[in-house]
Design a protein around this ligand. Sequence first.
Ligand code: ADP
Ligand code: ZN
Length: 215
Amino acid sequence: MQLIIFGAPGAGKGTMAQNIQKFKQFSHISTGDLFRRHIKEKTDLGKLATEYIEKGLLVPDKVTEDLIRHELDMIREDFILDGFPRNIAQAEALDEILQDFGIKLTACVHLDIDPEIVVERLVNRMSCQDCGAPYNLIIKKPKVENVCDECGGQLTRRADDNEETIRHRFTTYHEETAPLIDYYKKQGLLMTVNCNEGILTKLDQVWEELSALDK
Ligand code: ADP
Ligand code: ZN
């Protein structure tokens, strides 16, 4: 099963990608996570990516596409692409990569959410720097402030989860990423999931629909 997940910042792409794995094991390829790892390790790609990420802009297509080609070359089946593609040019590049590798997409899952809900979600979002466990200062507070319940690690906030960058990420989403809705609708691959109530309550239903497509 080969899936794309996309949606506005904070819609729950990462949460969906992680939790759907209770039904089936997937390789989870998140361009955002890959860039953040490069930034942490201070690679050249990390230095380049920082300049764009901190402004809420997209990292240049060529760089991102090469990264994805490399990842897919190692995997090729049962993957979730989380955060890629993010504009039409990337979607076209992905079509080419998939064709080269003889891979077919099962579905493109669009996580649809009310913008007002996500801004609040993002400014309150934290995660453990050691195990990655997600927290939310309103819905899911840690027992001890800034400390992970699971492993005792330090909780941190993503550098781009501040109000100004969040605003730019939304503009980028509407201008560049939202056109993917039509792109994948035309290919007959679009599945839209309303995420205003969170993604977890929808998982069973989403999985049922995906399984039907995979037959
Ligand atoms: P969110 O969707 O919440 O903004 P992500 O972790 O998916 O979070 O992405 C964080 C940032 O990484 C984006 O704002 C963008 O700068 C960069 N990024 C992620 N995926 C891509 C991509 N496919 N193309 C270009 N830039 C990307
Ligand atoms: Zn932890």
